[in-house]
Ligand binder design. Structure first.
Ligand code: ADP
Ligand code: ZN
Length: 704
């Protein structure tokens, strides 16, 4: 049968292939109606089954297998920038490489499509000076009420809160009740390459110069920029970005974790005077659209982002940087499985621009590519400004020291602030979690941990405050679940047998981590211990104890001395709030002699022991009244004379102990005098009731 198709019809038959964002094996053919003229890259609306979907006109020749009458026609061409050639090739390449349906890859580039309509400007409203005799409606009043409590508010939010339509707001502007202003919400500006140039070191400058010439070459290349952390790699590649900006092209920086971007953005801002455009999947939709639009128009000069930023429609990409190139986070694991580092290189190749891979610890793949000459290599050997790398040592056995038993020294009600106190002593009850008890370390008073606050009755509101070794142990168990732990405190290692067993286990290396109180300071030999961490090293410095500093130095020196031996030197870390304190300085410099000398000097001046003599008088009574009255009598009868000083009376630091109220007086005499006759005469001058005790402590070492 001779062809009856008129020639004119053949000419009129136009078909194109359209890639749809679905997992089909390739693009579909569509007919082009006369009035449309779609070009490759155009975003079009087409029928698919019974729906209308968005697709992209692809470059592939139409398949041409189906007769024209079986094909559907393109419905419209969207008023949005077309998907550019390099991005289309990127989609093809990636689909082929990852064996993914091309539509699934393209979807990543098509997630944001802005049209003129979707980018309406947003108005921000404030109140205007009220005009006389305007008509007030309920809706208008509601709008004004909302603005009264916070101004300005953006249109959509105001509409939502006041439950009014856009027309109400427009009307209010018209009659002068409101002022409206278009908001500029682009959260990035135009970076200024000369804003704040660093003075680069010569090796940094060499590296920067190479990168800058790679950028100016306008060709594809890959350069590994490696160097220890802190060597200035970021500083150097920011110079390459500056060169890219000077050339008027766009730069893309891919980071493995968007969580890292805040610091990076600050850094960028200091260098270029404005924030870069940021791209990741959690952007609010409006910012997303604005940013996408700005990238398309070339206004977003630098984009920093996650993997998905590879699919942004850069019209003129001049540089791609992959920071921390070794990171496994670059690998996308679900959907289309790809490594953003590798795809960044492909993206750069298809845009004919250089790539910089940055890492202090480059991946073996990258190192191999350097060795085979496929990648260039720039190395920054030293830390900037002569900063040195930390010392590294191997730890065989470690110890954490905290001179406080139990779980937490204080238990507090979060609801009412009540503190769990010993009824017999002026001391907080210490939580001992393993025993489920609160315990007084002075009198032994013990109660079960109450389920509710005894003061306000709030449930589960009692909170442990501060650390004890049980708590350190709990944290250590979370951080180092594998480490075999041993707790050494007077309540966990009881008796010589338990102590011997502990020593044996430590020596036989059946223990990795020792967690202990002052018990560990006492003459143990730990041959494998190479690390000691002292938690709250200042603990012993508190309180009015004359010898607090001396004792702390001694104790911590003993503890620190547990670490290391000739063939495996140990290290000690002290945690302190007062690093400048002479005790900490003495430990830090290992100069106990100097410390003792200055301590002696201080005590000599005040004629404190050993340059004077002390005796303490502790009055204790069942009632505060009785204790006070005897203490006052003692104060009034106090001895006087050359070389004699009496301090007090004053409440003892433990003003209540085992149910007794305690007051203290302190007798200080010159070294060449004896305290005993003075004390005897003093006590003879007053009458002490039977129910009151006066304890005498000659040469006291505790001041509680
Ligand atoms: P890296 O990226 O290699 O870890 P950075 O670029 O972050 O190193 O540099 C480490 C630190 O040293 C940063 O605080 C940086 O600002 C500073 N720094 C590096 N080079 C210079 C320089 N030439 N001038 C001033 N500061 C610099
Ligand atoms: Zn007590």
């Amino acid at each position: 049968m001779p062809s009856i198709t008129p020639k004119i019809g053949l000419e009129a038959e136009r078909r194109v292939s359209v890639l749809l964002p679905y997992p089909f094996p390739g693009p579909f053919d569509y007919m082009v109606p006369d009035e449309l003229d779609p070009k490759p890259g155009d975003v079009v609306v087409v029928p698919l089954n019974r729906r209308e979907v968005i697709g992209v006109v692809w470059d592939t020749a139409p398949e041409g297998r189906l007769p024209a009458h079986r094909l559907k026609s393109i419905i419209s061409v969207l008023d949005t920038p077309p998907m550019l050639e390099p991005l289309r090739r990127f989609v093809d390449w990636m689909a082929a490489y990852t064996l993914s349906p091309p539509g699934d890859v393209m979807i990543m580039a098509l997630r944001v499509v802005t049209t003129a309509a979707s980018l309406r400007t947003v108005l921000e409203y404030t109140r205007a000076v009220p005009q006389p005799d305007v008509k007030m409606t309920q809706a208008r009043r509601k709008v004004l009420d909302i603005l009264a409590s916070h101004e300005p508010i953006q249109g959509p939010a105001l509409q939502r809160e006041a439950e009014v339509g856009a027309a109400v707001l427009r009307g209010m502007v018209d009659i002068g009740l409101l002022k409206a202003a278009a908001v500029t919400t682009e959260p990035f500006g135009k970076p200024d390459p000369g804003f704040s140039r660093p003075a680069l070191s010569s090796s940094q400058q060499d590296a920067a110069t190479s990168l800058i010439s790679a950028v100016s070459a306008h060709t594809f290349s890959v350069t590994l920029l490696d160097g220890v952390t802190g060597s200035g790699k970021t500083e150097v590649y920011l110079e390459a970005i500056a060169a890219c900006l000077n050339a008027g092209r766009q730069a893309l920086v891919i980071l493995p974790e968007i969580a890292l971007s805040a610091q990076w953005i600050d850094r960028f801002q200091r260098r270029f005077g404005t924030a870069p455009a940021v791209w990741h999947s959690d952007l609010p939709s409006r910012i997303r659209k604005l940013t996408w639009q700005a990238v398309t128009e070339g206004r977003a000069a630098v984009v920093v982002g996650a993997r998905s930023a590879l699919f942004l429609p850069f019209p003129d990409l001049g540089l791609v940087v992959v920071d921390e190139e070794h990171e496994t986070a670059f690998k996308q694991q679900d959907g289309v499985v790809y490594n953003a580092r590798d795809m960044a290189i492909v993206r750069a190749r298809l845009c004919t621009c250089p790539t910089i891979l940055v890492s202090a610890t480059p991946s073996l793949e990258t190192v191999t590519n350097v060795e085979t000459g496929r990648y260039h290599h720039l190395r920054l050997a030293n830390r900037h400004g002569g900063a040195s790398m930390p010392t590294v040592s191997l730890v065989e056995q470690a110890m954490l020291f905290l001179n406080r038993r139990g779980y937490a020294p204080l238990t507090l009600c979060r609801a009412c602030g009540h503190r769990m106190q010993c009824p017999n002593c002026s001391a907080w009850l210490v939580e001992h979690r393993t025993r489920q008890q609160l315990l007084c370390h002075h009198c032994g008073h013990t109660i079960p941990i109450p389920p509710e606050c005894p003061s306000c009755g709030a449930k589960e509101s009692l909170t442990p405050i501060g650390p004890g070794i049980e708590r350190i142990t709990e944290e250590a168990a979370l951080l180092f679940p594998e480490a075999r732990r041993l707790i050494m405190a007077s309540d966990t290692i009881v008796g010589p047998q338990a102590a011997a067993a502990a020593a044996h286990a430590i020596e036989a290396r059946q223990v990795d981590l020792i967690i202990g109180t002052q018990l560990v300071a006492k003459g143990w030999h730990f041959p494998h211990l190479t690390f000691v961490g002292v938690v709250d090293a200042d603990l012993g410095l508190a309180g009015g104890d004359l010898r607090a500093a001396e004792r702390t130095v001694q104790l911590l020196h003993q503890v620190a001395g547990r670490a290391g031996r000739a063939e495996a030197p140990g290290s000690v870390v002290l945690q302190t709030f007062v690093p400048e304190h002479p005790v900490m300085q003495a430990l830090l410099n290992g100069d106990l002699d100097a410390f003792m000398a200055s301590e002696a000097e201080a005590r000599r001046e005040g004629e404190w022991p050993p340059f004077g003599r002390l005796a303490a008088l502790i009055v204790s009574a069942e009632t505060a009244l009785l204790a006070d009255s005897v203490a006052r009598d003692l104060g009034l009868a106090a001895p006087r004379g050359d070389g004699i000083v009496v301090l007090g009376p004053a409440p003892a630091p433990l003003a209540l102990l085992r149910g007794h109220h305690r007051r203290r007086l302190l007798l200080k005499v010159r070294r060449d005098m004896a305290v005993q006759p003075i004390l005897v005469q003093w006590l003879a001058r007053i009458k002490v009731p039977h129910s009151v005790r006066v304890d005498i402590d000659v040469d006291p070492i505790s001041f509680l």
